[in-house]
Design a protein around this ligand. Sequence first.
Ligand SMILES: Nc1[nH]c(=O)nc2c1ncn2[C@H]1C[C@H](O)[C@@H](COP(=O)(O)OP(=O)(O)OP(=O)(O)O)O1
Length: 159
Amino acid sequence: MGAPVALCFLLREGPLGREVLLGRKKRGFGLGKVVGLGGHIEPGETPAEAAVRELAEEAGVVLDAALLTPAGSVDFRFPARPAWDMECTMFTSTVWTGEIGETEEIAPAWYPVDRLPVEHMWQDADHWLPVVLSGTVGDFYVEMAEDNETVARFVVLGQ
Ligand SMILES: Nc1[nH]c(=O)nc2c1ncn2[C@H]1C[C@H](O)[C@@H](COP(=O)(O)OP(=O)(O)OP(=O)(O)O)O1
C-alpha cells in the first residue's frame, strides 16, 4: 500500500462548458506537470479533511469536507521507485469559496474537461481522469514502467 494522498477536482460551468481546476506543479514531486490539487493525508485526518487542507494551502480554495463528492481512487505504483507509491482518494466539488490563486507550490488554472492538457500531465491521467470528471466513480490501478513516466499497466478495479 502506498502513502495515502487525497485529490479534489473543482468543477464549474464556463462559457464553453464544464471546466476543472488543475495546477502546474512549481516544486517537488511532479515538478512542471499539470496535476490534480491535493497531497498527502496527515495522521488523524480523513481523506476529505486532507483535501480541504491541501486545496487551501496550494490554491487558497475554501471547501467544506462534508460537501465533497467521493469520486473513487487510484493506486499509483512505481515498481522502480516504491517510495513513490501512493494510494489516492479522489473527490470532486462544485461548491467552494475563497480566492483561487497561485502559491509557491502550484499555479492553478481552469481547463475544459473535454480538452484536458494531457500532454503536460502524468501519462496515466488520460486513462482515468476523463472517467472521473464524467461523474463515474471508479477505482483504478496504475503501474509505471522503469522510467517512472510511461504507463506499464492500467487496470479498472471497479466502476
Ligand atoms: N502517476 C501519477 N499520476 C497523477 O496524475 N498524479 C500522481 C501520480 N503519482 C502521484 N500523483 C499525485 C497524487 C498526489 O496528490 C500527488 C503528491 O504530490 P505531493 O508530493 O506534492 O503531495 P504534497 O502536497 O503532500 O507534498 P508536500 O507539499 O511535499 O507535502 O501526486
